[in-house]
Design a protein. Structure first.
Lengths: 370, 425, 289
C-alpha cells in the first residue's frame, strides 16, 4: 500500500518535473532575449537616474543619490515684495500691474537660500496689492509638472474618446451594409502608416495657410486663420485629434472582434422579448464586450501615456510647454541635452507612475472581467 | 523524458540560431590601411561628389592609406555621431557642425590637427574649430545669413538703402518693419525662419542678442552666463524680439510654404535667412542683400558651418592627418565653393571663386561674413547652451515674461557649468 | 424610418471614408507636383487634385537621390526575419505561460507586463551601450568572436524578436483553446513540445496573423534605432532613407511625398487584398482578451 502510494507520487513527481523542464525550454529563448535586450536596458536606465552620468563626458559617472530627484521634484515658496519709489509708493506698470522685485534674487544658483537655488517660477497666488506682496511657488523643474499634467490630460481625453469612437466605428461596420469590408479597410489604413509620416502630413493641414483653416474660412465667414500647432489653446487638442485619427482604426478592429463573439441567439432572444435597438446595445452588446473593454482600456492607456513621436515631429513640446510630455522631457534631457542621469530620473518617475496606473486599472476592472 | 530531450534539440538550435550571424561580416582588405570617413552628405549628391573627389585624389596619391566614405543624412547625422561616440565607435575622420567641436574635443573624442601654420593662418577664424589653443577642425566652406529683400520693396516703402558703412539702426529697422506691415501688401513684414528648430535659433538669433550687446555666455571667463544673457541689454533684446511677433511683423512659426517660397511669391517683405544665386535669378536683378542692422553695439551675423576633424580613437592618425592636409588646398576650397555655392573660407579661394568672386551677386556674402561674423561660443557647454537658448526664445516668442525666461536660462546654463567644474576654464 | 436609418448609416460610412483617406490623397497628389506648386496648393482643394504641372519627376528624383530598392530590401528583410523568429519564440513562451505549470511563471509574467510600460525611446541609449559591448561570432573562413554588432542586420533584428505584446497575445489565445484537446494528447503520451507544435500552433492562425502585423509594421517603420546603430548605407532601412530629402535647410517636399507614396501605397494595396484575413485574425484575438 505504502509502496504503491509512493510509486504513484513518483510518477506524478516525474510528470511535474517533465512539465517544468519542458516549460523552461519553451520559455528560454524568449525570456533570454527579453532579459538581455529589454530588462537589462530598463534596469540600466532606471539606475542611471541615481548618477550624474553625461552622454559625452571625460568624467566617469558618479553615484549622486537622490540629487536628480530632488531637482526634478523639489518645490519651494517665495514671497515677493513690490518695488517702491523713493516716496515709498508701490510701483505699477502702465497696465496697472504691480511691479515686484526680481525672483532671481532668491533663485539664482548663487543665492543666499540654498533650497531655492536654480528653482523656477511655477505659479503665483495670493497677491495683496495693498501690502505689495505676492506668493510664488517655485519648482526645480516646472516643465516636469507641466509635462505630467499634459500627459495625464492627453490620456484622460484619448482613452475614452478613442475607445468610444472605436466602438462606434465597430458598431457601424458590424451592420449588414454593402461594402463593409471596404469601409473596415479604409478606417484601418492610418494604422498601417508610420506616425512620423502621419505627423508630417498633418503638419501641412494644420499650417496657418493649410487645409483646416481654408475649410473653416469657407464655412464660417470672417474666420481668422489659427496657427493650430503654435497656439497655446489649440496645440494639444490638435495633437489629440491627429493621434485619435491614427489609432482609432486599430481599436475598431479589436471591438469588432468582441462584437463577433456575441452569439446571435442572444440578440434574437432579446428581440423576442420586445427589446428595441437601444435596449439591445445596452443589455446585450455592452455586457458582452466586457473582456474586450479591459484589453482596450489598458492598451490605450499605456500608449497614450507614452506620447512622444507626434510631439517630437510637430511641436517639440511648445508653445510654452503646452504639448510637452514626460517621455519627451526624458529624451530631451537624456539625449539632446546629454544629461542622461537626469533624463533617467524622469524615466524612473514615469515608469512607476504608469505601473501604478496600470495596476489600479487592473484592480478596478478585475470585477468587470470576472 | 527522452522526448523532452529529443525536442530540446530544435529549441537549442533556435537559441543558437539567434546568436549566429545572419550574414557574414566581410573580411578586411589586406595591404593598405583603411581610414573611415563619415560625412553628413547623404542625399546631397553634389557635396558628396566633392568629398569623393578629394578622397579619390588622395587615395591615388598614396599607397599606405585608403580612405573610405560613409555618408549620413544630415538631419540625423549628429545623432549618429553621438551614438557612435557614446559606444566608442567613431571613425578616423568625420565632419561636424562647427559649434560642437569644443565639446567633442573636451570630451576627448577628437585629436588636435597638425597642419602647415601658414595654411592654418589663411583660413578665416569662423571656419576653424579651436579648443585650448589647439586646432581641432577646419571647414571647407562657411555660410552666412543676410537681411534679404527687393530693391522695389525699399523704394515702394520709401526706405533708405543701408550700406556697409552705414547699416540700419534699430530705429530704422523697426520703422522698415512697421511700414511694411502698414502697407498691407504683405502677409508678414519679415520671415525670421522660426519654422526651423534646433540650431537655427542660436545661429540665426544670437547675432541679434550680440548686436544689442548681450551674449550667450561671458566670453571673458566662460564661467558664467549671469549678467550677460539676463542683463539689461539681453532683456532689451528679448523685449524687442518678442515685439516682432506681438506686433504681427513676423510669424511665430513660419510654415513651409512661406519659408521656402515667401520671398519669391511676395508674401513677406524681408527675410532673415540664407540666400543663394537661384533667388537672385528668380527675382531678376530686383533682389538685394542688406547688411545686418546695428541694434546697439555693432552689426552681427553668425559664422561657422560644417568642419572636418579627426577622432582620438583613430588608429591611423598619421594617415588621417595627411588626408586633412591634402584637403586644405586652395583648389579644393574653390571646388567646394563653386559647386555648392557655399562661402569660401580663404582669401585666395574667394579671389578665384566663380560664385563669390569680386563683382558677383553673391560677393556680398563674403563681405558680410568677413566683416560681421561672430562664432557661437567655443565652450564644451555649447550643446546645452544651444538647447536652453532655443527653449527660452521659443517661450519669449510665445509671450512669456522676458526677464524670468532669461533668468531661468542663465540658471540652467550656470548650473551645468558648475556641475561640470566649468569645463576646465 | 428604417430606410432613413439605413441611408444615415451609409452617409456616415462615406463621410468617415473621406476623413480617413484625405491625407493620403494629399500625399499622392503632392508627389506629382514640383515643390513650388505643392507648397502653393497646400491651402486649397487643389492639394487633393492632380492639377498644375503634373509629372513623375519627383519619382525619378527619389531613385536618383537614394538607393531606394536597397533600402526597401533591407527593411523587408529585417521586418520579415524579426517577424518569423518572433512568431516562434513568442508563441513558445505564450504557450508555456498559458497552459503549463512551472516555477518562475509569475516572475516572467510580471516582467513581460512591465516591459510594456517604458517606450523604446527611453531605453534606446542603455541598449546602445549594451550593443556596443555584446560579442558576435563572425565568419570569414573561420569563426571568431568580435565585439559590438553595429552596421549589420542582426543589430536591427535581435532586440525586437522577443516582444511583450506578441507573447501576451499568444498567451491569451492559447488560454482559449479547449482543455480537452491538450488533455487527450497527454493521455496519448504526447510530449509538451508535440502538443505545442502539432496541436496548439496549427490552431493559432488568428494569433499568428495578429502578431505578424503587430511586429511587421513597426519594424518597417523603425527609425530611431537604425539611426543610432547603422553607419553603413548598405544596411539602412527605408525610414532613415526619408531623412535624405532634408538637405542644408532646404527640403525636397515633392520627392518626400513620392518616397512616402512608394512606401505606403503597396502596403495599402496588400492590405486591401488580405484584409479579410487580417481583420478576422485581429478580431479573433482581441475578443478573448
Amino acid at each position: 500500500m505504502a509502496t504503491r502510494m509512493s510509486d504513484a507520487r513518483r510518477t506524478l513527481n516525474q510528470s511535474v518535473r517533465i512539465e517544468r523542464r519542458s516549460a523552461t525550454l519553451l520559455a528560454a529563448p524568449a525570456v533570454l532575449l527579453l532579459t538581455v535586450f529589454t530588462v537589462v536596458p530598463i534596469l540600466f536606465a532606471l539606475t542611471l537616474g541615481f548618477t550624474n552620468a553625461q552622454l559625452l563626458s571625460p568624467q566617469a559617472p558618479q553615484f549622486v543619490g537622490l540629487t536628480n530627484f530632488s531637482r526634478l521634484l523639489g518645490v519651494g515658496e517665495v514671497t515677493l515684495h513690490a518695488q517702491r519709489d523713493p516716496q515709498g509708493h508701490i510701483v505699477t506698470a502702465p497696465n496697472g500691474d504691480v511691479v515686484y522685485e526680481r525672483l532671481n534674487t532668491y533663485t539664482s544658483i548663487n543665492s543666499k537660500y540654498p533650497n531655492l537655488r536654480g528653482k523656477e517660477e511655477w505659479f503665483r497666488f495670493g497677491e495683496n496689492r495693498q501690502a505689495g506682496t505676492v506668493n510664488v511657488v517655485v519648482a526645480g523643474d516646472p516643465l516636469f509638472w507641466q509635462s505630467l499634467r499634459n500627459t495625464l490630460f492627453f490620456a484622460l481625453v484619448v482613452v475614452p474618446v478613442q475607445g468610444g469612437l472605436g466602438l462606434l466605428l465597430a458598431l457601424l461596420v458590424n451592420e449588414r451594409i454593402r461594402g463593409r469590408n471596404f469601409f473596415r479597410t479604409i478606417y484601418f489604413i492610418p494604422t498601417l502608416t508610420s506616425m512620423v509620416v502621419i505627423s508630417m502630413l498633418w503638419g501641412f493641414m494644420y499650417q496657418p495657410s493649410g487645409m483646416f483653416n481654408k475649410v473653416l474660412q469657407h464655412v464660417i465667414p470672417g474666420f481668422q486663420p489659427i496657427d493650430w500647432l503654435n497656439d497655446t489653446r489649440t496645440a494639444m487638442p490638435a495633437i489629440i485629434v491627429l493621434s485619435i485619427w491614427q489609432a482609432v482604426g486599430y481599436h475598431m478592429i479589436i471591438w469588432l472582434g468582441g462584437l463577433q463573439t456575441i452569439p446571435g441567439e442572444i440578440y434574437e432572444a432579446a428581440r423576442v422579448d420586445g427589446a428595441n435597438k437601444w435596449h439591445e446595445i445596452r443589455y446585450v452588446t455592452l455586457p458582452g464586450l466586457r473582456h474586450t473593454f479591459v484589453f482596450v482600456l489598458i492598451t490605450i492607456t499605456i500608449a497614450a501615456l507614452g506620447l512622444f513621436t507626434q510631439i517630437n515631429v510637430l511641436t517639440q513640446g511648445g508653445p510654452l510647454g503646452t504639448t510637452s510630455t514626460l517621455v519627451y522631457q526624458s529624451v530631451l534631457h537624456g539625449y539632446q541635452r546629454q544629461e542622461i542621469g537626469y533624463g533617467s530620473a524622469i524615466s524612473f518617475v514615469f515608469f512607476f507612475m504608469v505601473l501604478g496606473i496600470a495596476l489600479f486599472q487592473r484592480f478596478i476592472t478585475r470585477r468587470i472581467d470576472q | 523524458m527522452n522526448r523532452t530531450w529529443r525536442f530540446s534539440l530544435p529549441v537549442a538550435a533556435v537559441t543558437l540560431g539567434l546568436t549566429l550571424p545572419l550574414l557574414a561580416t566581410p573580411a578586411q582588405a589586406a595591404g593598405s590601411q583603411t581610414i573611415q570617413l563619415w560625412t553628413h552628405n547623404g542625399g546631397n549628391k553634389q557635396e558628396l561628389a566633392d568629398v569623393n573627389a578629394v578622397v579619390k585624389a588622395f587615395n591615388a596619391s598614396h599607397k599606405q592609406y585608403k580612405v573610405v566614405v560613409k555618408a549620413f543624412p544630415q538631419i540625423n547625422y549628429n545623432d549618429a555621431v553621438v551614438a557612435a561616440a557614446a559606444s566608442k565607435q567613431l571613425p578616423c575622420l568625420l565632419d561636424s557642425d562647427a559649434p560642437v567641436i569644443p565639446a567633442w574635443a573636451y570630451a576627448g573624442y577628437l585629436a588636435p590637427l597638425n597642419l602647415d601654420p601658414k595654411v592654418v593662418k589663411s583660413i578665416n577664424a569662423s571656419a576653424k574649430g579651436m579648443w585650448k589653443g589647439k586646432l581641432y577642425s577646419f571647414g571647407m566652406y562657411d555660410a552666412v545669413v543676410g537681411l534679404v529683400t527687393r530693391k522695389s520693396t525699399l523704394a515702394a516703402l520709401g526706405l533708405r538703402t543701408p550700406s556697409l558703412a552705414k547699416p540700419w539702426t534699430l530705429a530704422e529697422f523697426n520703422n522698415a518693419l512697421a511700414k511694411a506691415k502698414a502697407s498691407g501688401k504683405y502677409q508678414y513684414a519679415i520671415d525670421l525662419g522660426t519654422g526651423w528648430d534646433g540650431e537655427w535659433y542660436p545661429y540665426g538669433f544670437s547675432p541679434f542678442l550680440q548686436s544689442f550687446g548681450g551674449d550667450l555666455i561671458n566670453r571673458k571667463t566662460y564661467r558664467n552666463a549671469d549678467n550677460v544673457l539676463n542683463g539689461g541689454k539681453a532683456v532689451a533684446f528679448g523685449t524687442w524680439f518678442q515685439g516682432l511677433f506681438a506686433n504681427g511683423y513676423a510669424p511665430k512659426r513660419t510654415d513651409a510654404t512661406m519659408r521656402d517660397n515667401g520671398l519669391v511669391n511676395g508674401s513677406v517683405a524681408f527675410s532673415w535667412n540664407f540666400f543663394n544665386q537661384t533667388q537672385f535669378d528668380a527675382l531678376k536683378g530686383d533682389m538685394i542683400v542688406l547688411p545686418p542692422p546695428n541694434l546697439g553695439v555693432k552689426p552681427v551675423v553668425g559664422g561657422g558651418s560644417w568642419q572636418w576633424a579627426m577622432s582620438s580613437s583613430c588608429n591611423a592618425k598619421t594617415g588621417a592627418n595627411a588626408f586633412l592636409k591634402f584637403m586644405a588646398q586652395t583648389k579644393y576650397f574653390k571646388m567646394f565653393s563653386d559647386t555648392l555655392s557655399n562661402l569660401p573660407v580663404t582669401a585666395a579661394a574667394t579671389k578665384v571663386s566663380k560664385v563669390f568672386g569680386p563683382g558677383t551677386d553673391m560677393n556680398i556674402a563674403a563681405v558680410l561674413s568677413a566683416k560681421y561674423a561672430v562664432i557661437r561660443p567655443p565652450t564644451p557647454a555649447y550643446p546645452v547652451i544651444a538647447k536652453v537658448f532655443e527653449a527660452a526664445l521659443k517661450n519669449i516668442i510665445n509671450g512669456a515674461d522676458v526677464q524670468s525666461e532669461l533668468d531661468n536660462a542663465v540658471n540652467q546654463i550656470d548650473q551645468n557649468l558648475q556641475d561640470n567644474h566649468y569645463y576646465g576654464f | 424610418m428604417k430606410l432613413l436609418f439605413g441611408l444615415l448609416k451609409y452617409a456616415a460610412a462615406i463621410l468617415l471614408t473621406i476623413v480617413f483617406v484625405f491625407p493620403l490623397v494629399f500625399m499622392v497628389m503632392a508627389s506629382l507636383k514640383p515643390d513650388y506648386n505643392l507648397l502653393q496648393d497646400v491651402g486649397s482643394i487643389r492639394s487633393f487634385l492632380p492639377v498644375g504641372p503634373i509629372s513623375l519627376q519627383n519619382y525619378q528624383g527619389v531613385f536618383d537621390r537614394v538607393p531606394f530598392l536597397r533600402f526597401l530590401f533591407n527593411s523587408l528583410f529585417v521586418a520579415t526575419t524579426t517577424t518569423v523568429l518572433g512568431l516562434l519564440v513568442n508563441s513558445m513562451l505564450g504557450f508555456a505561460l498559458a497552459v503549463m505549470k512551472w516555477r518562475g511563471k509569475n516572475v516572467v509574467f510580471a516582467m513581460i507586463i512591465s516591459t510594456l510600460i517604458l517606450p523604446f525611446e527611453v531605453i534606446a541609449i542603455p541598449l546602445l551601450y549594451l550593443m556596443a559591448k555584446l560579442p558576435w561570432i563572425s565568419f570569414d573562413g573561420g569563426l571568431h568572436l568580435t565585439q559590438g554588432m553595429f552596421n549589420s542586420y542582426q543589430v536591427q533584428i535581435l532586440p525586437f524578436i522577443a516582444n511583450a505584446i506578441g507573447i501576451f497575445l499568444f498567451m491569451q489565445y492559447f488560454k482559449t483553446l479547449p482543455k480537452e484537446l491538450e488533455e487527450s494528447a497527454r493521455i496519448d503520451g504526447a510530449s509538451w513540445f508535440r502538443i505545442y507544435a502539432r496541436i496548439a500552433m496549427p490552431l493559432a492562425g488568428p494569433a499568428i496573423g495578429t502578431v505578424s502585423i503587430l511586429t511587421f509594421l513597426p519594424m518597417m517603420n523603425s527609425y530611431l534605432w537604425p539611426i543610432m546603430t547603422i553607419q553603413d548605407e548598405s544596411y539602412r532601412p527605408v525610414m532613415v532613407g526619408l531623412q535624405y530629402f532634408y538637405v542644408n535647410w532646404g527640403t525636397a517636399w515633392g520627392q518626400i511625398m513620392a518616397y512616402l507614396t512608394l512606401l505606403t501605397v503597396p502596403v495599402v494595396i496588400l492590405f486591401l487584398f488580405m484584409q479579410r484575413f487580417f481583420v478576422g485574425s485581429i478580431a479573433a484575438v482581441g475578443v478573448k482578451g
